[in-house]
Design a protein around this ligand. Structure first.
Ligand code: DC
Length: 217
């Protein structure tokens, strides 16, 4: 019997990792978990009930009650939700509360794709395929700017670039499970790639890893 295909896709905001994870899920017929949505949900639900993202205990209580079915709210996809998510994600107790759900998903017998910041390092360190997807901050800001405009948010390019740099610094600088490329993750820089080209490169990385060949890039 072959081992389940678990694909870990990590990287910073607006690198393309979410779209790549979704497309890999389609290609290989695997369920996909966007782990950022878990942190976004915790942040939004916390603030909705009058709490603050720096309140670790209140954020943890929400994280403990969260289920994978609770992630459909469009409010979780806003610019503000991304900021709250990054803030609640610094609390170790929040990360611990969300760990079982993610690890349960990672161990599905038929395989899975999970995208996030610490999937290849902490959630599924034994994943047979790991990608670290990135792009230059200016490119990521442009992508996120267009995406938020399309969602109807009134944003400026400068604000979004600031958001991205602030989140990169917080997510990469926190003590617990910082955003970092796993030693065995293949780096995919999508700065000069369309999403179709990036998906194809990701698919080749998966194929090479499955064949035991390492990086094809
Ligand atoms: O992927 P995203 O932009 O939706 O993630 C929102 C925030 O959630 C991100 O800035 C940091 C946090 N996050 C995390 O700490 N660990 C993950 N596995 C996924 C997201």
């Amino acid at each position: 019997m072959t081992a389940p295909l678990m694909i870990a896709v990590d990287g910073p905001a607006a690198s393309g990792k979410g779209t790549i994870a979704t497309r890999l899920g389609e290609i290989y017929g695997l369920p996909v978990l966007d782990s950022g949505l878990l942190y976004r949900a915790v942040g939004v639900l916390l603030v909705r009930q009058g709490g603050r993202p720096d309140d670790a205990a209140a954020a943890t209580a929400i994280a403990e009650g969260l289920a994978a079915e609770d992630l459909d709210d469009p409010a979780f996809r806003t610019r503000q939700a991304g900021e709250y998510a990054s803030q609640v994600a610094v609390h170790s107790a929040v990360r611990l509360a969300l760990r079982d759900l993610q690890q349960g998903f990672a161990r599905r017998p038929d395989g899975a794709v999970i995208d996030g910041r610490d999937i290849g390092t902490v959630i599924a360190p034994d994943a047979p395929v790991k990608l670290y997807v990135t792009a230059r901050p200016e490119v990521r800001a442009e992508r996120r700017f267009r995406q938020l405009l399309a969602q109807g948010e009134a944003v400026t390019h400068v604000d979004i670039l600031e958001d991205i740099l602030r989140r990169d610094a917080r997510d990469g600088g926190r003590a617990d499970s910082p955003m970092v490329r796993a030693k065995d993750a293949v780096l995919l820089d999508t700065s000069e790639m369309t999403i179709d080209v990036a998906t194809d490169a990701a698919r080749r990385i998966v194929e090479a890893a499955r064949a035991g060949r390492g990086s094809p890039l």
